[in-house]
Design a protein around this ligand. Structure first.
Ligand code: HGY
Ligand code: MN
Ligand code: MN
Length: 416
């Protein structure tokens, strides 16, 4: 099928910049689930979807959903998407590039008056990062029908419970099930996303075909020692929660350094009461452990938990460890990898296949449909950092590849 014209890299980057201006704090990009900034982003994305010829609405959990009908109405869809929420002090392409590029592709189909045998849907997921409530992939899990209603009782840093935050946003926590889609409606899920790593840049390639999304285990750890006067309590009589936490962090680092491809991170650590002259009585920190193999990841997680328990027993510090998320490694379907690779080759680009160390909504969507991903080179592989950047040329090239994949998409032949 001949392409309907070239997607605009300039418009894609400009729209990512526009979304990046919608943040909870000026000067840095932070946009968490059910925030007023999310509402502003939803309004912008809904308008862009409508301009591109899609019908668009917010679903029951707050995802933005755009639909471009196929040649026959109510046909099953090729679902495209990514997330619209961000980490703290984020880059402006992680997530947003995938949503904006997918809208750009539909805009080109619509401009060319092209209707495909199937529908195209574009989803802007409301919460992939899990920054506000700790549980991740909330938007895509709801669409996949695997949303766990237990997370409705999770509270954010201000003690606001997810259930209440949904109601304040105008959503009904008891209707989240309505966001779930039947498998018969979805032919496949495909996501364009920045690589968030250095491989494509080192290879001198603008795009890559993702083979798998590496799983992550996330836990929250609470240590309870004894707050005390920094001047009067002798060192041997202390139950210092922060000193215990520091030893735990180093134990995590040591364990995850032992094996290749295994990574472990403490991304957040809160100390109480947090005064210069008070021995810390309470510390809460997070753990994120990843490895390509589920066994290696779960084995490292178990070892780290054992090490934390032993450190705290020795220091007479109470410990509570809560698993927040267990994400299995997700394989990208070979038939979708091949169709994405064919689109890369058709654009006269080298096909390079690589795994994703970062998590993505495909880890949830795989429970609904087969998953494929196209990676885009990012400068220095930097991400989860305001220095995250791509070139306008790579935005255009990757969107052209994605458009060609969309135009040439063939549903997987149903097993006989
Ligand atoms: O944490 C991740 O890998 C993703 O950015 N949510
Ligand atoms: Mn991210
Ligand atoms: Mn992302």
């Amino acid at each position: 099928m001949t392409p309907v014209g070239l997607p605009s890299g300039t418009r894609i980057v400009e729209r990512c910049d526009a979304l990046a201006r919608l943040s909870e704090a000026p000067g840095a990009l932070t946009r968490v689930y059910l925030s007023k900034e999310q509402r502003a982003v939803d309004d912008l994305v809904l308008a862009w979807m409508q301009e591109a010829g899609m019908s668009a609405h917010l679903d029951a959990i707050g995802n933005v959903v755009g639909r471009y009908e196929g040649a026959t109405p109510a046909a099953p869809c090729l679902m495209l998407g990514s997330h619209l929420d961000t980490v703290r002090d984020a880059g402006r392409f992680d997530g947003m590039l995938g949503v904006v590029s997918a809208i750009e592709c539909v805009h080109m189909l619509n401009a060319g008056g092209l209707r495909l045998p199937h529908a195209i849907e574009v989803l802007g997921f409301a919460d992939e990062e899990g920054v506000r409530f700790g549980a991740t992939l909330l938007g895509s899990r709801a669409v996949a029908g695997t949303f766990d209603s237990k997370v409705l009782d999770l509270a954010d840093a201000n003690g606001i419970v997810l259930r209440d935050a949904l109601e304040r946003f105008g959503l009904d926590p008891d209707r989240i099930g309505a966001a779930a889609r039947p498998a018969k409606d979805v032919l496949a899920y495909a996501e364009l996303h920045i690589e968030q790593g250095p491989v494509l840049e080192a290879a001198g390639l603008p795009v890559g075909v993702v083979t798998a999304i590496i799983g992550a285990n996330r836990l929250t750890v609470d240590l309870a020692g004894m707050a005390g006067h920094a001047g009067t309590v002798p060192m041997n009589l202390r139950r210092d929660a922060l000193a215990a936490a520091a030893e735990c962090v180093l134990a995590l680092e040591a364990r995850c350094t032992r094996e290749p491809d295994l990574v472990g991170t403490v991304g957040r650590l809160d100390v109480a009461p947090g005064a210069i002259n008070v021995i810390p009585g309470h510390v809460r920190f997070t753990i994120d452990i990843r490895a390509p193999g589920d066994e290696a990841r779960d084995g490292a997680t178990a070892d780290v938990v054992t090490a934390i328990m032993s450190i705290c027993a020795t220091r007479n510090v109470k410990v509570d460890i809560r698993p927040m998320h267990v994400g299995k490694t997700t394989r990208c379907a070979p038939w979708l990898q091949q169709q994405i690779a064919d689109a890369v080759a058709a654009e006269a680009l080298t096909v390079h296949r690589l795994p994703s160390g970062a998590g993505h909504d495909g880890m949830a969507m795989v429970d609904l449909a087969d998953v494929g991903m196209l990676f885009v080179r990012c400068k220095g592989g930097i991400s989860h950092n305001p220095l995250e950047s791509i070139t306008v040329e790579d935005a255009a090239v990757s969107a052209s590849v994605f458009l060609r994949f969309i135009e040439n998409f063939k549903p997987r032949p149903m097993p006989k």
